[in-house]
Design a protein around this ligand. Structure first.
Ligand code: SF4
Length: 471
């Protein structure tokens, strides 16, 4: 995500941690700042403004932010000393929301702290920090009554061929381990019209795939085009009508909100990709209850069965926490059994660690670190085997791939172009950069545990005499 800074433009450097919601927010932060003359830069050197868009989900999130701030402080001081220019150093996102005061106490050189719900006010904040009567520091971590989406600029920086679009924020589920309901607030859904408007703009800027985002995306309930409430299947169906938009995905869902209409949408909507990320967290009903997940492992299995009925090739992914307080050997074995029963093609798995302020943080019966590590290692071995076994079934197949980027210079992906299959495989191909932004058939020539490699199939391809060419 880089603009080409022109003369007199100000340099904006954004570092993003965490989920796709944060990636989306970073894009929108740059959209908000663009009219003020800020253009994205790849490096913090000589930046006029640096934004750390933070995530509170992972362990030691706050410490990671402070160590990054420590690294950036010399950049700010050096620039001030050499040019007299002030670099605005800002902390945004969920750590800012949860720990704004602590940040300004421990790192008084930070100029601005703002939460995920207030970045539409950045022009005002920047004006206060850079205007005639410069403020030394600002904190804006309210949950404003008005929606930020009503105030974000219509103009978009291009996100490329695969774009994110935030449709829902906040969460009312209150899982006992999670900070999101506290950092992102109550559930809020945008109207169908405003989402369609943004989707059209993304497609105009080259998006062929849109992944609609929400902390609890399948709880989506926005105002529909007919004035009545619309749910996620209604919205996906409306998005499917957009010419030029070829692929749809949605992230992240909660099992409680996987109703029959949404399940049926996986059978009915051709543009909805056959890949679903549906967090389960544990296979033990006792632990699911302690987590306040509001569903059982059988409910989860039932959802998968229904989904596979309408979309037999659906690939499943999930989130799993190991070593939640009170997790017995049997609870952990229940999780392993569930994984064997379902078969996931990818999965995020973590050792439990307490988030300050959450109910689970004061729970007893903590699990020893060595026990958590041993369980996580067994679980990840099983998940990796499942993923690799699944990937190997694609060997020799021809599959459509949406290319959205080139490999990184100085990285093993250099010289390749990269994209995603319909099943969300990462795919690397030696091919011409002009293929980026297109959906092209690929012949899979190599399978690895977490990605595939292939060759571009020529236009003369026919299924009986496969012709393969490297463009
Ligand atoms: S549903 Fe997801 S976002 Fe909401 S509290 Fe639970 S884990 Fe957090």
């Amino acid at each position: 995500m880089t603009d080409k800074p022109q003369q007199n433009q100000k340099k904006l450097y954004i570092k993003t941690w965490g989920c796709q919601m944060n990636v989306y927010d970073s894009h929108r932060i740059s959209d908000v700042l663009k009219p003020l003359g800020y253009a994205l830069s790849d490096t913090p050197e000589n930046a006029d403004m640096i934004v750390l868009n933070t995530c509170h989900i992972r362990e030691k999130a706050t410490e990671k932010v402070f160590s990054e701030l420590g690294r950036l402080k010399p950049h700010k001081e050096k620039r001030q000393a050499e040019t007299g220019e002030r670099t605005l150093l800002a902390v945004a996102g969920c750590v800012a929301q949860a720990e704004g005061d602590i940040i300004t106490q421990r790192a008084p050189y930070v100029d601005l702290v703002f939460g995920p719900q207030t970045y539409h006010r950045l022009p005002e904040m920047v004006a206060k920090l850079t205007g005639a009567r410069q403020k030394k520091r600002l904190i804006d971590t309210d949950f404003p009554v008005e929606s930020k989406f009503d105030h974000l600029p219509e103009e978009h920086n291009s996100q490329g061929a695969a774009a994110f679009l935030s449709i829902q924020e906040g969460c009312d589920k209150f899982c006992t381990f999670c900070v999101v309901p506290y950092t992102r607030g109550a559930e809020y859904s945008r109207s169908v019209q405003s989402i369609l408007d943004e989707a059209h703009k993304l497609v105009d800027h080259g998006a062929k795939e849109i992944n609609v985002l929400g902390q609890n995306v399948n709880a989506y309930h926005g105002d529909g085009l007919d004035g009545k409430a619309a749910d996620l299947p209604d919205l996906l169906s409306a998005l499917s009508e957009i010419n030029g938009l070829e692929r749809l995905r949605y992230t992240t869902s909660h099992p409680r909100d996987m109703d029959d209409r949404l399940i049926q949408a996986h059978g009915d909507l051709g543009k909805l990709m056959p890949f679903l990320h549906l967090p389960i967290q544990s296979g033990s009903d006792k632990i699911l209850d302690e987590m306040n997940r509001k569903h059982t492992s059988d409910h989860y299995r039932e959802i998968i069965q229904k989904l596979k009925k309408v979309r037999p090739d659906l690939a499943m992914s999930s989130d799993i926490i190991v070593g939640f307080p009170g997790e017995s050997d049997q609870d952990f074995e229940d999780t392993m059994t569930l994984i064997r029963d379902i078969t996931f093609v990818s999965c995020y798995s973590f050792k439990y660690s307490a988030r300050p302020g959450t109910p689970a943080a004061s729970m007893q019966n903590l699990i020893r670190e060595d026990v958590k590590s041993e369980r996580l290692s067994r679980l990840q071995t099983l998940l990796s085997e499942q993923q690799y076994t699944y990937n190997k079934t694609f060997m020799g197949q021809t599959i459509p791939v949406l290319f959205d980027r080139k490999g990184k210079e100085g990285h093993k992906s250099a010289g390749f172009i990269q994209g995603r299959s319909e099943y969300n495989h990462a795919i690397h191909v030696k091919g011409n950069e002009r293929l980026i932004g297109q959906i092209i058939d690929i012949h899979v020539t190599e399978t690895r545990p977490s990605s595939l490699t292939g060759d571009v199939v020529t236009s003369e391809y026919d299924s009986s005499h496969l012709k393969v060419a490297q463009l």
